[in-house]
Design a protein around this ligand. Structure first.
Ligand SMILES: *Cc1c(COP(=O)(O)O)cnc(C)c1O
Length: 352
């Protein structure tokens, strides 16, 4: 009967990482460009001799590099193994009441998984039909709030002032803003951590800094929030960040010019892709991210998905009732997106 005492969970399903070569991989919002040149340098300087020692549990080198790059004191910074780790620690730390934690019905599908894992009550607030958030949904009693901005998988940005209003009207709970995609053109609420002690802003090096494989996530908040998160981390696993990642992450964040250059390329390619998709009869809300969440006016989603797959192009499809007609297409290089648009042109023509 030991099964009665098992913590049973329905896990998150990550996007596929197939072992096929020459695949155009547009299913997990990875960056098509390599990490900053400094990351390659730092990698060469790694000495395996040091690996017999534990890494620095305080992640000082990385946190100080982030502090320097963002102009935010290191004691307002918490780093973890990707923002998934940072968000999981934040859920475990800040969502511990009996009132429900609120987040949209269509959003990052890890939120309800963590809530279930940690036995946190939650309530999913329906987005409007245009995938926008109604701020009033977040003004009632709650045990915490988590909002991805821009949202995933929709790509839609919530207006800065409306987001601030949600933060301001919820001084008795912690509001987590997941800014995984904010570097691709949305406005960050990071400056608001000075003003609100209940705001935690979470970002990742996986998308805009091309380091998904290294796992670096970061949270920003006032000292008290960060201290509570650190206490939980040190009660679970003190050495979450390994020695290489502390150095490679620091190298990545020091190169502001490279971030600027690659994000501008991704944004330009995204805007070109929007125009081409519209010409082909796709509809979508405006995206401020490195993906476009689109459906076709007449051709079924699965037909397009499968025919792209036959051509070695992988995109993402979700099963939720309100989003089952949509494809999420990550933004690749210009050449990859030209190939995708050419493939879609043929697929749509065949199907119509
Ligand atoms: C990608 C993503 C994350 C997680 O990224 P990590 O690779 O774990 O840093 C978190 N939130 C959203 C909304 C994402 O899209």
């Amino acid at each position: 009967m030991w099964e009665d005492n098992v913590r049973k969970v329905v896990p998150y399903t990550p996007g596929e990482q197939p072992r096929v070569s020459n695949l155009i991989k547009l299913n997990t919002n990875e960056n098509p460009y390599p990490p900053a040149p400094g990351v390659f340098e730092a990698l060469k300087e790694l000495d395996a001799e040091n690996f017999r020692k534990y890494p620095d549990p305080t992640c000082r080198e990385l946190n100080e590099a982030i502090a320097e790059a963002y102009g935010i004191p290191a004691d307002r910074i918490f780093t973890g193994v990707g923002s998934d780790d940072v968000l999981a620690v934040a859920f475990l730390t800040f969502f511990y009441g009996s009132k429900p934690v609120l987040f949209p019905d269509i959003t990052y599908s890890f939120y309800d998984v963590w809530a279930n894992l940690f036995r946190i009550p939650f309530k999913q607030m329906p987005l409007r039909d245009d995938f926008s958030i109604d701020p009033k949904d977040y003004f009632g009693e709650n045990g915490g709030i988590v909002i991805a901005n821009p949202n995933a998988p929709t790509g839609v940005e919530l207006d800065y002032d409306l987001l601030e209003e949600i933060i301001r009207k919820n001084k008795d709970s912690v509001v987590i803003v997941d800014e995984a995609y904010v570097d691709f053109g949305a406005k960050s609420v990071l400056p608001l951590i000075d003003k609100y002690d209940n705001l935690l802003v979470v970002q990742t090096f996986s998308k805009s800094r091309s380091l998904a494989g290294m796992r670096v996530g970061v949270a920003f908040g006032q000292e008290k929030l960060i201290k509570f998160m650190s206490d939980v981390k040190y009660s679970f696993n003190s050495y979450t960040m390994n020695m290489p990642v502390l150095k490679l992450g620091a190298a990545a964040v020091r190169d502001k010019a490279y971030l600027e250059e690659t994000r501008n390329k991704v944004i330009a390619t995204r805007e070109w892709t929007k125009v081409e998709l519209r010409k082909l009869g796709f509809t979508f809300e405006d995206s401020k991210t490195n993906f476009i969440f689109a459906k076709h006016r007449t051709v079924a989603r699965d037909v397009i998905f499968n025919k792209l797959r036959e051509r070695n192009i992988l995109v993402r499809a979700f099963n939720g009732e309100r989003i089952k007609d949509f494809l999420r297409i990550s933004i690749g290089t210009d050449e990859e997106m030209r190939t995708v648009i050419n493939a879609l042109t043929e697929i749509i023509k065949e199907a119509e």
